[in-house]
Write a protein that binds this ligand. Sequence first.
Ligand SMILES: NC(=O)c1ccc[n+]([C@@H]2O[C@H](COP(=O)([O-])OP(=O)(O)OC[C@H]3O[C@@H](n4cnc5c(N)ncnc54)[C@H](OP(=O)(O)O)[C@@H]3O)[C@@H](O)[C@H]2O)c1
Length: 303
Amino acid sequence: MLGKRFTIIGGSGGMGKVFGRFFKKHGFTITLFARNEDKLKKAAIELSVNYELSLEKSVKNADIVMISIPISSTPDMIRKIAPFLKENAIVFDITSLKYAVFKALTEIKNNFPVNCISLHPMFGPGIKDMKNYFMMVLKVGGTDQYDELINELLNLFKFDGLIITETLPEIHDKRIALTLGVPHMLSILFLNLLRSTNEPLNELTKYTGTTFLLQKVFAESIIQREMEMFGEIQMENKEFLKILDLFEKLLHKYKKIIEEKNITGFSEIFSQSLEYSKEDDYFENSYKYFYEFMNILKRENKK
Ligand SMILES: NC(=O)c1ccc[n+]([C@@H]2O[C@H](COP(=O)([O-])OP(=O)(O)OC[C@H]3O[C@@H](n4cnc5c(N)ncnc54)[C@H](OP(=O)(O)O)[C@@H]3O)[C@@H](O)[C@H]2O)c1
């Protein structure tokens, strides 16, 4: 049976606190670990839980250890805590990239009697509850109690309405390059392109059509968040450079079409994009959603 002592490494961070609240609600005793004592103490007070400044002490009695620190530091942290963990403990990370983390978790489950799983919640620290959000799950393996303990853990999430999809590291990282890396990059470049024209954004906004307004809201919501994480999601994923190569070629082709006023070429790119979107189950609703978002923005503007 799943034990109730839960430790979060990176417990003072945004995601650490989301999971801290979740597990506390499910009756777990929470301990937070991080390096900066002031921030850690503040988080522990905010959540009414314990904190610990020694890494070894924070994990050695834990039944479940969650690692919620930057992507590039996670594999080393997994290897560092492994010798301190108790038998049958569960270890999981929540990083947005899986290749290196999965390798480290596989290494420790082969050398220590622990149970490893890798999770990727597809939401940020701003959520109110987990209902109807998605989470990617990569099962790594462990002791003879693995299936029982991991199922119990996953059932907690399912109970709160989280939608779980099982995947593998290579597939995960390739798709994440497209579903996180690309929209993040386009938002950063969108704002940077506007900036490079020296047009003040408030002036541009007066010339706003519906598409620009929504694009701007989306890009501005991205750019206000954690720069380091967005950088890591693109730089630490070797799949992302391949996407950039494709993008470069596509942009080059697009520029030529526009320069040459090649309406046939334009129509070809346009219809290819349309045909691809028609594969989407939600395609029919997109135009409706677009105007629903617009109505929300209009209401906000009236206030
Ligand atoms: N934010 C999101 O939208 C989101 C979504 C899905 C998944 N994730 C994943 O969640 C993880 C955490 O993200 P976050 O947004 O919560 O980050 P965050 O708010 O920056 O928090 C990071 C936490 O890790 C601690 N930390 C940083 N480096 C450390 C190290 N080397 N050793 C020990 N503790 C360290 C920090 O405290 P100290 O600096 O005081 O140690 C802090 O408690 C990342 O792996 C990210 O990929 C994030």
